[in-house]
Design a protein around this ligand. Structure first.
Ligand code: F6P
Length: 327
């Protein structure tokens, strides 16, 4: 990193998350503020390989702070996993005159960024954008808060119908292998049981807890299940198992799916994304590369991309206790 940076490229990659647009906007506006150029790359690393670029000015990112998804689109590129793909991507960046790259996404996105630094010594900074909140080095990833609010809103609605029909609902939420969405949305929506991969619960404990609910006179229940945690069964198999053993329950399954990734970002996500977008540009201008910008205890913090990828964001034990006590 010897030459002064005159142009920064930005891309979004992996699963989209609400607030990614706010992050793009902040990156572009920070570039304008510091009098450097910004170029947007469409479709993540795949667009980088194909040279799908567009110069972005401050005005071009007007009215996107409130929009879900990502205006730059996203993709998971198999070609970027090959040396040839990455070499082509590097050529394209040089050709367009970009001196640094900001990547917005999760684990896979940062792994790509790290490879790029190792192979070409090209400056890269990461911004954590995923609804899963499974990135080490930040209290919240962009999109997580919005997704939580979406899930809570939907579970509230499911509870209305569950209670009207005296039903037991299994609600599957996203999170890949992480239980952050399930645990927090489960507490926030007053779920009777929460199944997350980080905590062994076992089928007996689930049965016991449903039984306790019955004894207390509960006529309807919500069990929130992380997609990565099914006690060795799919959420439908889990529901069938309980149904067979306890015919007393009128059971339904609701898989929330991709609706959790959409929608207008919450104010929290917009502010977080704005802070991280500005911080990422400032990092590169300070000649810092190979890091992810995050916010811990309300302070912007830098974490090595290798650490952000390798280490796990721990589930808060106190939250587990709260879930246990309040359910
Ligand atoms: O990482 C975000 C996420 O929404 C996960 O929660 C989920 O497992 C995965 O992406 C789904 O990926 P796709 O959109 O490719 O089906």
């Amino acid at each position: 990193m010897n030459e002064p940076i005159k142009k920064i490229a930005v891309l979004t990659s992996g699963g989209d998350a609400p607030g990614m647009n706010a992050a793009i906007r902040a990156v572009v506006r920070a570039c304008t503020y510091y009098r450097i150029e910004c170029v947007g790359i469409y479709r993540g690393y795949q667009g980088l390989i194909e040279g799908d670029f567009e110069p972005l000015s401050g005005r071009q990112v007007s009215n996107i702070i409130n929009k879900g998804g990502t205006i730059l689109k996203s993709a998971r590129s198999k070609e970027f996993m090959t040396e040839e793909g990455r070499a082509k991507a590097h050529e394209n960046l040089k050709e367009v005159g970009a001196g640094a790259l900001i990547v917005i996404g999760g684990d896979g996105t940062f792994t790509g960024g790290l490879k790029f630094i190792q192979e070409f010594n090209f400056p890269v900074v990461g911004i954590p954008g995923t609804i899963d909140n499974d990135i080490y080095g930040t209290d919240n990833t962009i999109g997580y808060d919005t997704a939580l609010n979406t899930v809570v809103e939907v579970i509230d609605k499911i509870r209305d119908t569950a209670s009207s029909h005296n039903r037991l609902f299994f609600v599957e939420v996203m999170g890949r292998d992480a239980g952050f969405i399930a645990l927090n949305a489960g507490i926030g929506s007053g779920a009777e049981e929460i199944l997350i991969p980080e905590k062994e619960i076992g089928i007996e404990k689930l049965e016991e807890s449903l039984g306790k609910g019955r004894d207390k006179g509960k006529t309807s229940s919500i069990v929130v299940v992380t997609e990565g945690e099914k006690i060795g069964k799919s959420v439908f198999e889990l529901a069938d198992y309980i149904k067979e053993k306890y015919p007393i329950y009128d059971i339904r399954v609701s898989v929330l799916g991709h609706m959790q990734r959409g929608g207008s970002p919450s104010c929290f996500d917009r502010v977080l994304a704005s802070r991280l977008g500005v911080a990422a540009v400032e990092c590169l201008l300070d000649r810092v590369s190979g890091v992810m910008v995050g916010v811990i205890n309300n302070e912007v913090v830098l974490t090595g991309l290798n650490k952000a990828i390798k280490l796990d964001n721990e589930i808060d034990k106190e939250l587990l206790k709260v879930a246990e006590i309040t359910s």
